[in-house]
Write a protein that binds this ligand. Structure first.
Ligand code: PHE
Length: 360
């Protein structure tokens, strides 16, 4: 192989490098006057495209002495990078300018702002919070328990033997394994007493599950459990607590009435009624009252004194302590409080209904 002989048409490396530098410089000048992306891209193609100025120049590379080629190649790369850099800078500047222009055009700072609508609290949440607040004022702590419960917590420990009707498949949801969906919040009584010694003074709000589904029953519904256990907790304390509650929840002047009833885990047991806050249980309004249906009373829950067998199950000595417990249906409370006539409204998520309650 013989080295390429120098001749008249032999390009010289130094002048090519000089030209490449000038190309980059010329390109910068060219595009400074351009104001659209399209024009700038066209200019770029004119310099760097297959038939562009730089490519033409590079065609002479093959005729250079091999020793000179790396220097020219390097200069060509620098020129390409310089041109591409100039394109990017110029396009970014145009985009900025366009943005500033848009902003100046479209923002009228004198226009009123767009409001962001606030969500509302669900009526069941409102009622739960209100009930929690009322019992907190009496020194009750809030406890919760899991939806999946053991049969022991939900039934056995609550003095509900295996052959009790409440344990029937009809009422309780059985889950694979040894669990059930709790059928009331009373197992939170058990969990709380197992967790520590008396005194205990708690309320336990939460959802419970029963195999019930019609106009006045849903398979899941919220309850609030109450439990007060101590050295000398009396039936009178239960009455006073419930009385205080209805005064604050339904209004001053509300009365309570306890009717004998039965629950396996309380003895004695009672159904709790509140006097109808709509007709005040007074004639003549009472006769046509749609809420209490003329009875003057509204049932709000069950209650009673904790059964000795429950204390036995949790290891409390029935000679040391007495206690009362109660359970109320939260959806019923919300229906009474807000005059809602259909239980299903709570679970349909219809905004026209939900938006009628105060924002959170
Ligand atoms: N657990 C009972 C129910 O769901 C209510 C209740 C609670 C009754 C506590 C008495 C004492 O029906």
């Amino acid at each position: 192989m013989s080295p390429t002989a120098p001749g008249a048409d032999t390009p010289d490396a130094r002048s090519i490098v000089g030209e490449l530098d000038r190309l980059a410089q010329g390109f910068r000048e060219d595009i400074s006057a351009l104001s659209t992306e399209q024009e700038i891209r066209l200019a770029q193609a004119r310099y760097l495209g297959k038939k562009g100025l730089a490519s033409e120049l590079m065609k002479t590379l093959g005729r250079l002495p091999p020793a000179d080629r790396p220097a020219v190649g390097e200069a060509a790369n620098k020129t390409r990078a310089a041109i591409e850099g100039a394109v990017a800078t110029r396009l970014a500047a145009l985009a900025d300018a366009a943005l500033v222009g848009d902003l100046a055009r479209t923002i009228d700072v004198t226009l009123p702002g767009r409001g962001r609508p606030l969500g509302t609290l669900h009526p069941l949440t409102l009622v739960r919070r209100e009930i929690e607040g009322i019992f907190a004022a009496l020194g009750f702590e809030i406890r919760t328990g899991p939806w999946l419960e053991t049969e022991w917590n939900n039934f056995d420990a609550l003095n509900t033997p295996a052959d009790h009707p409440a344990r029937d498949m009809q009422d309780t949801f059985f889950v694979e394994g040894d669990f059930i969906l709790r059928s009331h919040t009373s197992p939170v009584q058990i969990r709380t007493m197992l967790a520590g010694p008396p005194p205990v003074k708690i309320i336990a709000p939460g959802n419970v599950f029963r195999r019930d589904d019609d106009a006045t029953h849903t398979p899941m519904f919220p309850q609030v459990e109450g439990l007060s256990v101590g050295a000398s907790v009396s039936f009178r304390d239960l009455q006073a607590t419930l009385f205080y509650f209805v005064q604050r929840f339904f209004g001053a002047g509300t009365e309570i009435r306890l009717r004998p009833s039965f629950f396996p885990f309380t003895e004695p047991s009672a159904e709790v009624d509140a006097s109808c806050f709509l007709c005040q249980a007074k004639a003549p309004a009472r006769a046509t009252c749609r809420l209490c249906k003329g009875s003057g009373w509204i049932e709000i829950g069950g209650a009673g004194m904790v059964h000795p067998n429950v204390f036995k199950a949790v290891g409390y000595d029935k000679h040391d302590v007495t206690g009362f417990a109660f359970g109320m249906g939260l959806s019923r409370m919300a229906m009474l409080k807000y005059g809602i006539s259909d239980l299903r409204l709570f679970y349909e998520n219809d905004l026209r209904f939900l938006q009628q309650f105060p924002p959170g």
